[in-house]
Write a protein that binds this ligand. Sequence first.
Ligand code: SF4
Ligand code: SF4
Length: 170
Amino acid sequence: MGKLVNRPEPDLTIQSYLPETWNGMKRVSRHFFVNLFTKKGYVTKQYPEERFPYAPRYRGMHRLMRREDGSVRCVACFLCATACPADCIHIEAGESDNRDVEKYPVVFEVDHSKCIFCGFCEEACPSDAIRLDSGEHRVPAYTREGELTGKVDLLSRGALSVSRQGGRFK
Ligand code: SF4
Ligand code: SF4
């Protein structure tokens, strides 16, 4: 059963709201001047110059990994695009000059307006070609086309993979 709370009889002081208005103004003014002259309790960050540190498990933008000769590790197998629940990976395959590698991606695009950063593409990849460990925050764009990240940008974030073909790490 709930507890009964006695309500005070509304006298002229309560009905005028003046004491509570004064208390509110005092509190707001105190925060205003404390934040103006000190940084105590100052939570606003001047983004993008100042940023909160990301958690160690934060993934970030995709990157495409390279082989020792600098070529892209991706073999255009479409497993990442098939696993992607947001249907945001677009690949166009071409025939590779390397006899050991059947195909390579002529076009490899990730639509970041749809991506939910789930990491399924990374897990599906059999050759450690795509990763979400760059730690870079997605830069917002003004157009849908601006949300597409192509092969050149994905490769520019990439690095030499330490895995052997087939996804096994050394
Ligand atoms: S992180 Fe998820 S949603 Fe984004 S491209 Fe990879 S599989 Fe698709
Ligand atoms: S799963 Fe890996 S190798 Fe296959 S298309 Fe995607 S990135 Fe390329």
